[in-house]
Design a protein around this ligand. Structure first.
Ligand SMILES: NC(=O)c1ccc[n+]([C@@H]2O[C@H](COP(=O)([O-])OP(=O)(O)OC[C@H]3O[C@@H](n4cnc5c(N)ncnc54)[C@H](O)[C@@H]3O)[C@@H](O)[C@H]2O)c1
Length: 327
C-alpha cells in the first residue's frame, strides 16, 4: 500500500483516535486534528489524545473546524473526517446549536477547504445509521429514503447532502454510515460504557426505554478497518456505504451477554426512552463488501469481552497527562 499523508479529524474521539493509530501502524503519515474542548466528554478526549503523543508518525494539531484556518489541513492525500458532536439524546434542546455547529458548520468549512486545495484530497466523511430512522422488516440499504427523527440525525443528513454536492463538483468524497459502534474507548455517554461501569460497581444497568430496541452493534476494530479501506481505495465520488454488523440485537439480549461476562445476574433500571431513538437499526453492508471487500468480523460476545477488558484495565491505568495542547 502506498504511504499517504492523512488528516484525521476528531482524533481525540472514540473512533478517531483508533483510526489515527491504525493509519500510523499501516505506515501512513498522520495529522491528528481535534478541538478537545468541543468534546462532550473532555476527560475521555484528553485520555485518547494522550495515547497519540510521542509517536513519530502522528502530529497532533488542535483546531476547531467551525472557526479555525482549515487551509493547511486540506494539504493532504486523504482527509478522514470523524470530528463532530455525536448522539441523539444530547442533540435536543440546548444541544441543538452545538450539534449544528460541530457537524454541519464544521463539515461545510472542511469540504470548502478541500475543494479549494490545489491537489484535492480524497475525503471520507462519517455519517450515522440514524439518518434512516427505524428499520422495518428488512435491513437498510443505501438507497433507502432518509427519515431523520432527531436534530443529530438531521445534522448528519445535512452533512451527507453537503458531501454529495461537493462530490458533484469534483471532490473525491465518500460517506460512511456507521452503525452503533462499541469497543475499547467507547464514549462515556454510550449504552455499553454506562452498562459496564454500572455493572462493575454492582449497580443496576441504566436502560433507556424497555430494552426491546435493537441495534446493529459494530465493533470499533471493524469500523476502523472499513474507514482505512475507504481512505485508501478509489471509490466513485459521492459513494455512500453502510458500515454495520449484519445482525441486529435487542438491547436486553446484549445485556444478558454482558451480565454473563461480568458474572452477575442482570439487574436493570429503566429510564425514559429517548425521543428520536430508532426502535431498530439494521444494516445491509453489501455495498461495502462489494466496493471495499469489507464486512464486520467481530461478534457481540467477543466484542463486549474486549470492551469489558478495556474498562477493567482503566481501573489500574494511571490517569492520563493533561494533553489538550498541540504537539
Ligand atoms: N460512535 C458511534 O456509535 C457512531 C455512530 C454513528 C456515527 N458516528 C460518527 O462518527 C464520528 C466519531 O464518533 P465518536 O463516537 O468517535 O465521537 P467522539 O465524540 O468520541 O469524537 C468526536 C471528536 O470530534 C471532536 N470535535 C467536535 N467538534 C469539533 C470541532 N468543531 N472541531 C474539531 N474537533 C471537533 C471532539 O472533540 C471529539 O474528540 C462522529 O462524526 C459521529 O457522529 C459515531
Amino acid at each position: 500500500m502506498r504511504t499517504v499523508r492523512a488528516v484525521v479529524t476528531g482524533a481525540a474521539g472514540f473512533v478517531g483516535s483508533q483510526v489515527a493509530e491504525a493509519m500510523a501502524r499501516a505506515g501512513h503519515e498522520v495529522v491528528a486534528v481535534d478541538a478537545l474542548e468541543r468534546s462532550a466528554s473532555p476527560a475521555a478526549a484528553r485520555a485518547n489524545w494522550s495515547t497519540l503523543a510521542g509517536r513519530g508518525e502522528i502530529t497532533r494539531t488542535a483546531c476547531d473546524l467551525a472557526t479555525g484556518d482549515l487551509e493547511p489541513l486540506a494539504e493532504a492525500d486523504v482527509v478522514v473526517h470523524l470530528a463532530g458532536r455525536p448522539g441523539v439524546r444530547s442533540s435536543w434542546g440546548a444541544g441543538r446549536a452545538d450539534t449544528e455547529r460541530d457537524n454541519v458548520t464544521a463539515t461545510r468549512r472542511l469540504l470548502a477547504a478541500c475543494e479549494a486545495a490545489t491537489e484535492r484530497p480524497r475525503v471520507v466523511v462519517a455519517s450515522s445509521s440514524s439518518v434512516y430512522g427505524s428499520a422495518g422488516v428488512r435491513p437498510h440499504t443505501e438507497r433507502d429514503p432518509l427519515r431523520p427523527a432527531s436534530p443529530y440525525a438531521a445534522s448528519k443528513a445535512e452533512v451527507e447532502r453537503l458531501t454529495a454536492q461537493a462530490a458533484g463538483r469534483g471532490l473525491p468524497a465518500v460517506v460512511l454510515r456507521f452503525f452503533s459502534v462499541y469497543g475499547p474507548r467507547q464514549r462515556p455517554d454510550m449504552a455499553f460504557h454506562r452498562f459496564i461501569e454500572a455493572g462493575l460497581r454492582g449497580r443496576p444497568l441504566p436502560v433507556l426505554g424497555d430494552g426491546g430496541q435493537s441495534r446493529a452493534f459494530t465493533h470499533v476494530s471493524d469500523v476502523v478497518a472499513a474507514t482505512l479501506a475507504a481512505a485508501t481505495t478509489d471509490l466513485p465520488y459521492g459513494t455512500v456505504l453502510n458500515i454495520g454488523h449484519p445482525e441486529h440485537v435487542p438491547v436486553r439480549e446484549a445485556i444478558a451477554v454482558l451480565a454473563g461476562l461480568l458474572g452477575v445476574r442482570p439487574r436493570v433500571r429503566h429510564h425514559a426512552a429517548v425521543a428520536g431513538d430508532a426502535a431498530r437499526t439494521w444494516a445491509d453492508s453489501g455495498e461495502a463488501a462489494r466496493l471495499l471487500g469489507w464486512s464486520a468480523g467481530v461478534d457481540l460476545a467477543a466484542g463486549l469481552a474486549d470492551q469489558l477488558a478495556w474498562h477493567r484495565a482503566g481501573r489500574t491505568r494511571p490517569a492520563p497527562a493533561r494533553a489538550g495542547q498541540p504537539a
